[in-house]
Design a protein around this ligand. Structure first.
Ligand code: NAD
Length: 537
């Protein structure tokens, strides 16, 4: 049932149609077949449409409006949901290896636009170009993985206690998978979900972040062409661009069997409740508040750059960004000096330039969050080791972008239950505390509500054992001599506790995209009951 017949669209406003695009933006949109003028249709279910309100895509580096997109109207969303359901019926009838072959072609199509799509991620989301391209590579990698998986999504044969009986555990396609994604990984997160979901025989309905619609439109166009060539209904990969109202409607739709939600804890909590209340399935990938722990025997030539990348990379806007740093007292001066040196060598700039290591924040709201957090750190007596002073204005057209300086702070308290330690702020502020015993650092690491990623720097195997064992880090990602961010696709990705317990991408994550049946088959001439129960009539 859809609950948004009275639309409320805070992120959407009606704007004039005409625009003249900078050459910076048009050079990126053109190779991806994105119109450079007029309104762009934001919904796809075999044909492109959108007669709802207009939503604008704003470049975080310059403030330029790069596109105006027509969202789906309520009736269009209804129609798209129906068509996606029909596409599922088509897909589930295809043998899984045939779906794998189509995925292989999708992989080729995405790979052929790796650089162009990577530049679009950089333009629209604001991450530096190499990270934008890396994100597209993740899509390519997970397609490779899912192509193999399409021949390996096996069930099991279980021994029966009854003579002449056999038990099968059978995976079958689930239905429609709704993917609601966040702004910070506008391509890869959909890729993780789409590739596994498609291999498993499901149709996917994607609602991307309202602030990264062009990435979603460009990816969907590439997929749509492959589906068409293979006579698969386009609604196997449906798209509805829109705000929270569209997200809510998907969450409440009983025809969406699985909602894979990536976003904040606040929204994730609502999504989890709503889907549970109709007994749907969820995968929740929510906020992280990730710590790195540096022991006295750590190789600092590895640790310091990795912590720098974890904290400054993507301007602190990865779910796996390093937000907390726990350093052993005996090396704290050395580590903080080296880290401050690294910070002073990095200044923000155009993420499209190959030399830039720090792009803008994604939105003006994020800049406000940064300013408020810094003010509150100062007010509480924190020592600001790096950043925090005014940023020199950048030259046009960057002067109107959302740039900030990354900050290293030593708060007055190290109590993980108190601010600033206990919540995720999606900005490049790294809070530092000094510890004397590894057990203290592990306790602090585990005490926060979130449990996504964590990283220990040590050469001592005894520390490694503690860290990855039952008394160690309670996060979903527990690294050793590897930073908190930058996961590969092969392992199941996700976090524990208020990060939502979801798992996506590799490992056994595919098992969530199917419905499992236990099938007991009697090949004999008798019909004995299990556990020897006697019911003779
Ligand atoms: P957000 O929660 O504001 O939005 C996420 C998505 O939810 C968007 O598409 C949004 O339109 C939609 N939405 C908003 N309200 C909704 C509602 N009531 N019902 C359904 N959908 C709704 O998050 P964001 O600011 O786009 O992204 C940043 C957050 O995402 C951070 O907390 C980050 O840690 C998290 N994130 C987590 C992972 C992970 O794998 N754990 C990965 C990327 C981002």
């Amino acid at each position: 049932m859809l609950s948004f017949l009275t639309p409320k669209l805070p992120s959407v406003r009606i704007l004039p149609v005409s625009r003249s695009l900078s050459s910076r933006a048009s050079a990126i949109l053109r190779p991806l077949d994105i119109p450079l003028s007029g309104e762009i249709a934001g919904a796809y279910d075999g044909s492109w449409k959108g007669s709802g309100d207009i939503l604008e895509s704003v470049c975080p580096s310059t403030g330029e409006i790069i596109a105006r997109i027509r969202t789906a109207s309520p009736s269009e969303l209804h129609e798209t949901l129906d068509k996606t359901r029909d596409a599922y019926k088509h897909l589930r009838a295809l043998p899984a290896p045939r779906r794998g072959e189509i995925l292989r072609q999708i992989r080729e199509s995405i790979a052929s636009k790796r650089e162009a799509l990577g530049a679009l991620v950089s333009l629209e989301m604001g991450k530096i170009r190499t990270e934008g391209v890396g994100e597209v590579q993740e899509f390519v990698d997970i397609c490779d993985y899912a192509v193999g998986l399409s021949r390996m999504m096996n069930g099991r044969v279980v021994n029966s206690e009854r003579p002449g009986h056999s038990i099968l555990e059978v995976p079958n396609p689930l239905g429609v998978v709704g993917v609601i994604s966040a702004f910070n990984f506008p391509v890869a997160v959909y890729g993780w979900n789409f590739a596994l979901s498609f291999a498993a025989g499901n149709a996917t309905l994607w609602k991307p972040s309202p602030t990264t619609p062009l990435c979603a439109i460009a990816v969907t166009k590439l997929i749509a062409r492959v589906l068409e060539v293979n006579d698969v209904p386009g609604a196997a990969a449906s798209l509805v661009v829109g705000g929270s109202d569209i997200g809510e409607a998907i969450v409440q739709a009983s025809g969406v069997d699985l909602v894979s939600f990536t976003g904040s804890e606040k929204v994730g909590r609502e999504v989890g409740r709503a889907v549970q209340s109709r007994f749907g399935k969820t995968i929740l990938e929510l906020g992280g508040n990730n710590a790195a722990v540096v022991m006295p025997d750590a190789d600092l030539s590895l640790a310091v750059p990795a912590i720098g990348f974890g904290a400054i990379g993507t301007a602190g806007q990865r779910c796996t960004s390093t937000r907390r740093l726990y350093v052993h007292r005996s090396i704290s001066d050395k580590v903080l000096r080296a880290l401050s040196g690294l910070y002073s060598a990095i200044s923000p700039g155009d993420p499209l330039e190959s030399t830039t290591l720090l792009g803008p924040l994604h939105s003006k709201t994020a800049v406000d969050t940064y300013v408020t957090a810094l003010t509150s750190l100062r007010a509480s007596g924190a020592e600001i080791l790096s950043g925090g002073d005014d940023l020199e204005p950048l030259p046009a057209p960057l002067a109107t972008g959302n740039y900030v300086k990354p900050v290293i702070a030593i708060p007055r308290t190290h109590d993980p239950l108190k601010e600033p330690w206990n919540k995720e702020l999606f900005v490049p502020i790294l809070n530092v505390a000094i510890f004397d015993h590894l057990e203290d650092a592990i306790n602090w690491n585990n005490a926060v509500p979130q449990g996504l990623s964590s990283s220990l720097w040590t050469r001592d195997i005894r520390n490694v054992g503690k860290w990855i064992g039952p008394s160690g880090s309670d996060a979903g990602i527990v690294n050793v001599n590897v930073g908190t961010s930058g996961a590969e696709i092969g392992a199941a990705f996700g976090g524990n506790k208020s990060t939502g317990w979801g798992r996506e991408s590799g490992g056994d994550a595919w098992k969530q995209y199917v419905r499992w049946s236990a099938c007991t088959i009697n090949f004999s001439d008798n019909a004995p009951l299990a556990q020897g129960v006697n019911f003779s009539i």
